[in-house]
Design a protein around this ligand. Sequence first.
Ligand code: DGJ
Length: 754
Amino acid sequence: MGIIFDEQQRLFHLQGKETSYLFCILKNEQLGHLYFGKKIHPHPHFAASLRVIPRALTTCVYEGDLAFSLDSMPQEYPAYGKTDFRHPAYQIENEDGNTISELVYVSHVIRKGKPALPGLPATYVERDDEAETLEVTLRDPYLDVFATLTYTVYEQFNAITRSVRFENRGTQRLRLLRALSMSVDFHDAEFDLLHLSGAWSRERHIQTRRLMPGVQSIDSTRGASSAFFNPFIALKRPQADEFQGDVYGFNFVYSGNFLAEVEVNPYDITRVSMGINPFDFTWLLAPGETFQTPEVVMVYSDAGLNGMSQTFHALYRTRLARGEWRDKPRPALINNWEATYFNFNEDKILSLGRAAQKLGIELLVLDDGWFGHRDDDTTSLGDWLVDRKKLPNGLKHLGEEINKLGLRFGLWVEPEMINKESDLYRAHPDWLIHVPNRRLSHGRNQFVLDYSRQEVRDAVYDMLVNILTDAPISYIKWDMNRNMTEIGSAGLPKERQKETAHRYILGLYELLERLTQRFPQILFESCASGGGRFDPGILYYMPQTWTSDNSDAIERLKIQYGTSLAYPLSAMGAHVSAVPNHQVGRIEPIDTRANVAFFGAFGYELDIERLSQADLDAISKQVAFYKAHRAMIQQGTFYRLTSPFERNYTCWMVVSPDRREALLAYYKVLAQPNPKFLSVKLQGLAPEMQYEVQDMFNPLKANPMYLEYMQKRGLTEPTLRMYGDELLHRGFALPIEVMNEGDFSSYLWKLTAI
Ligand code: DGJ
């Protein structure tokens, strides 16, 4: 492990756990990319292996030299306009009015550890020997602009992080039109591009397509990373699958507008770049000023998509998420939103609390509607004062009463938003994101507070501190329910208006940093109409995110499967909700609903006072089960086994770090007549260990016909003993219908090493 600079070849070799990343200083002093992939020993003339050949109809860097061109040269941080015609990593407009620039090598340093990015979320180290960092300083000789490219390689993960810092040491007022965080040119184009896209309530579905010549990209222009495209892409070899083959994952540690772009040129060089979306972005870089880009995490796996995901999971769980709640068991919670919506009072919340306590639930979350005069979504955002009509004794009293029941108390807030029908708006009508002379568009009747302004953030901070110091609050659900329009800030001069969206995100991060440092004991869960801002930037401040407003178990198979491409189970809020489901009207057995929600930060979101005794009994067992297994769920290794995007059934499993325990889940969407035989090969188990396989939650168990069937075959307690190698290589036979069990059935097995 480590970073080597070969002076002879002027070549950098970044060595991760099992990864090599190589680049060199080219003849024109720019950086050329050589290799990213499985760890290798480069030969003594590796840098010279970059093929430089004369081509027709191209342009060349040096007069008299018909070969050296950047047209198809693999590079590290390319510019447009000096023989490279592809989309560049950066663009600087100078006072002459043109955008020509070139960043050439000046110096580099290699150091232990990983420096923090000021004001930005980023992966980190706890000890300096966990990682090494390379900073390569480049300079544009005419503009006297410096760009420092920072690369960190981790000792324990096949992950490399990248970011860039610009510094204007010249005299011109420059404008950064494009300042991406990374760019890398692969030497061929034999890849599938995979990304996560969707919309509200069907977030992060997996999309895969073959790379084609030209530009293919995903982005966000909404002011948030968004439910529509996640700031994540992967390139995989066409023959790679969940378990084998080369996969490269790229994830942007940022919560605002982003661009993830892949450009294949006619010579099959594949350029991958990622960063703040240059669309509608310009940053004024005055003399003496710096601009720091957010971080991109790049992961290489030769063990397919699961290998890539497991690296992201381990890195994010342990070196992106922070604070007390990073490693603590997450509480089994109940949220009142789908139980009551806006229609509740103190009595109802307390009786929900009493019912929850009997079931073993640990935390009650009071959702939207507790403040101002908020009986619907037209009013009161911005006025963070309790509604005495609903809660006559205040939040403090309610929290204390909930605590007396033995439950912790949690609260919903949406502090980035404002309704016009609020005292805050009446006092500060210009505190919204807006531009002069244009009618304001709304979303859910609400407007976006201008977090680029310090005074706005300070006011929100004070309001939240008042609540959090007054009432005994252990958990905050931080919601955000609309995207930005008419983007501009009354706090910024004309030439900085196009900085608003990024300054908003920086402001959000600043506020979250202050709050999470001040209240380290509070578990913060992010939410944005469900999964509208599920990204690594947010995970740095809040270790879990409400994965989707869609709580239907069958819909959640796809949402959670897709989300797990980059994000760990510990980051995914997952709740059991009522039937018929409020988003799709589907009716699933309560076991199936829990069997899906177990694979996340678990909870309930339904009126438990309206349930049958049978359902309450089931919930008691589920809560006990979650408590007993949450350490494994949060810290174990997750394996996707069969995909809901490809089949009528889904399997996944989680294995404890010592491989002595595992949970295996099998979900069948539709019942099928006269079904085929199915089996699944398990993953991650120790081949030499013998495991007891116990059938845990199975909706059929409540069915007398099923019990009779099992009894007849002497299978009253269907517990098997099997060796790891059999489960890994021969596989595990999935039950096929022994009777008509209906749609949406599921099974959960626990494997325990004997
Ligand atoms: C959107 C969230 O995703 C829901 O869970 C709920 O908190 C509502 N907002 C409340 O308005």
